[in-house]
Design a protein around this ligand. Structure first.
Ligand code: TEU
Ligand code: CA
Length: 553
């Protein structure tokens, strides 16, 4: 048997730097702030820190719009600070994974500034420039080269009067898409990646990487009744050359044992098998989106009730599909998703701690590499945003403007934003019960969640203490990383149950996704982890939001 890759037994912790720890009182988290909290992260026991983007950026999309790939934004610090962070992290056995955002750049990146300067510029073809639709005047409604809808509302095309052409932007108009068809673009990206690897980073989280290959004929997408804009997904998700590009990147850039995870909205299980099969040399694992779409309808703002059976069916299928070839990533939360304890659990004072720890248990005990998003280990919750003025995220602000202009009831739009908006995850880390939760001595860029006096990282947080034990279990019991997976009770509406097996060792994992007391009929072995006191366990009944892990023999 060949040695298993290190990242199979690792737990990754995602840091959203602007909301993690502010060292200089300007209200924005920074690299020295992270360095100051490394002992906290080492104590939690995670193995890898993934940093959301810290590169120079106009911050139109909080750093996912990069204007210089080989530097650090002054708001976050300097390259010296970064080198210090890598050294201090490595000294504690923590690895550093960078966010790689190469589907698009900022409109202020010198490549794009050159590209837009004229049709003859050598970098013109580094982006997607197209003339207005045949016979139409540039800038007129409907003259866009395709009818695609942007992730951040409106068209994916921005008209540039200077050259009478449009450029493509799947996200904000300040995030023009790079043209990966051009080999110079690809080589420039690979060289930049090498530069970070040589600086000591241990891997990459690749932003919307399954969108870098487009159908170059750029067809219109299907429109729903009454809508002007169409769905371009079939033409830019998993495009014709995606596997070729990722394999090329892998061969050119990766020669040490890194962790690579591709963020892939809309990826299917069948595609994920191809992306993560080791012998194809593309990426180690992908972030898929099936489970975070289960409470959404036609759009993410169309919120539907969540049913546990759907979650089990989805996770169960991914576990089976990647059992022999490839690998799963496991996540509830990141900077784009609402807080899981509010979403699939119960954030009331009565149940929050049990719900948060049960959710962590169920997730981490699946086969795959788990990701913890900052504050998840504290049981941080969604935010009671008052009005639209409390939001900062471009996605939420654009959607609110578009929906209310189209006549939707602002109060109804706010209901969706409060439930699904990305700012729920982006409020500052709650370190203690001092003003602004100990995040900053100044005014935070986004207000802290008012519950910071109860929910924070001061010693004694039961969710934190539980996460430590949960993470430690992966490091002491090989079955957690390497065992196989069998789903039990697929139709039960309240109980999540499964086993893991490696050789003679079996784990039985039970989670109650409800505030009721429920019989399961399942028990077996020694209780190795539980979120209720272990001394008064009724073997076959789960209490509200209870989690148990049994080991046998
Ligand atoms: O997100 C990609 C993505 O498609 C969604 O998760 C997105 O957050 C949005 O909610 C769709 O409705 C990645 C980053 O994680 C996100 O923060 C960036 O805004 C986006 O790419 C563009 O770089
Ligand atoms: Ca700061």
């Amino acid at each position: 048997m060949t040695a298993e890759p290190w990242w199979k037994s690792a737990v990754v912790y995602q840091i959203y730097p602007r909301s993690f720890a502010d060292s200089n009182g300007d209200g924005i988290g920074d690299l020295p702030g992270i360095i100051g909290r490394l002992d906290y992260l080492a104590d939690l026991g995670v193995d890898v820190l993934w940093l959301s983007p810290v590169y120079p950026s106009p911050q139109d999309d909080n750093g996912y719009d990069i204007s210089d790939y080989q530097n650090i934004d002054p708001v976050f610090g300097t390259l010296d600070d970064f080198d210090r962070l890598v050294a201090e992290a490595h000294r504690r056995g923590l690895k550093i994974v960078m966010d790689l955002v190469v589907n698009h750049t900022s409109d202020e990146h010198p490549w794009f500034v050159e590209s837009r300067s004229g049709k003859d510029n050598p970098k013109r073809d580094w982006y997607w420039w197209r003339p207005p639709r045949d016979g139409m005047k540039g800038g007129d409604p409907g003259a866009e080269p395709t009818n695609w809808r942007s992730f951040f509302s409106g068209s994916t095309w921005e008209y540039d009067g200077k050259t009478d052409e449009y450029y493509l932007h799947l996200f904000s108009r300040r995030q023009p898409d790079l043209n990966w068809e051009n080999p110079e673009v690809r080589q420039a990206v690979y060289a930049m990646m090498r530069w970070w690897v040589d600086r000591g980073v241990d891997g990459f989280r690749m932003d919307v990487i399954n969108m870098i290959s487009k159908d170059t004929s750029l067809p219109d997408g299907i429109t729903l009744a009454g809508q002007a804009l169409g769905d371009g997904f079939p033409y830019f998700i998993n495009g014709p050359r995606i596997h070729e590009f990722l394999n090329e990147m892998n061969r050119v850039v990766f020669d040490s044992p890194l962790l690579t995870v591709g963020e892939m909205p809309g990826v299917t299980l069948e595609q994920a098998v191809e992306f993560t099969a080791p012998d194809r040399r593309e990426v180690d694992m992908v972030f898929q989106f099936e489970h975070v779409g289960l409470d959404q309808g036609a759009s993410k703002w169309d919120i539907r009730p969540f049913r546990l059976r759907d979650l089990k069916a989805s996770f169960g299928r991914w576990q089976a599909g990647l059992a022999d070839v490839g690998w799963n990533s496991l996540y509830w939360n990141n900077h784009d998703q609402p807080r899981v304890v509010s979403r699939f659990g119960d954030d009331s004072p009565e149940h929050r701690v049990h719900a948060a720890t049960m959710l962590g248990t169920v997730l981490h005990l699946h086969r795959g590499t788990p990701y913890v998003y900052q504050g998840e280990e504290l049981g941080m919750t969604n935010v009671p945003f008052d009005g639209i003025e409390d939001f900062r995220d471009i996605e939420s602000l654009n959607y609110y403007a578009e929906a209310t202009a189209a006549g939707e009831d602002p109060a109804a739009v706010l209901v969706s934003l409060r439930k699904m908006g990305r700012d729920n995850a982006r409020t500052p880390m709650q370190w203690d019960d001092s003003p602004n939760a100990g995040f900053t001595t100044g005014t935070p860029w986004l207000a802290v969640n008012p519950n910071y006096r109860e929910v924070n990282a001061a010693p004694g947080n039961p969710v934190f203490d539980y996460y430590k034990r949960l993470i430690a279990l992966r490091h002491t019991e090989p079955v957690v990383a390497h065992g196989d997976f069998t789903m039990l009770l697929p139709d039960d509406e309240k109980v999540y149950a499964f086993t893991r097996r490696l050789g003679d060792v079996e784990l039985l994992v039970l989670g109650n996704f409800s505030g009721d007391t429920v019989p399961t009929g399942l028990e077996g072995g020694d209780l190795v982890l539980a979120n209720y006191p272990a001394d008064d366990v009724d073997p076959i009944v789960l209490r509200p939001w209870e989690a148990r892990v049994y080991r046998s023999p």
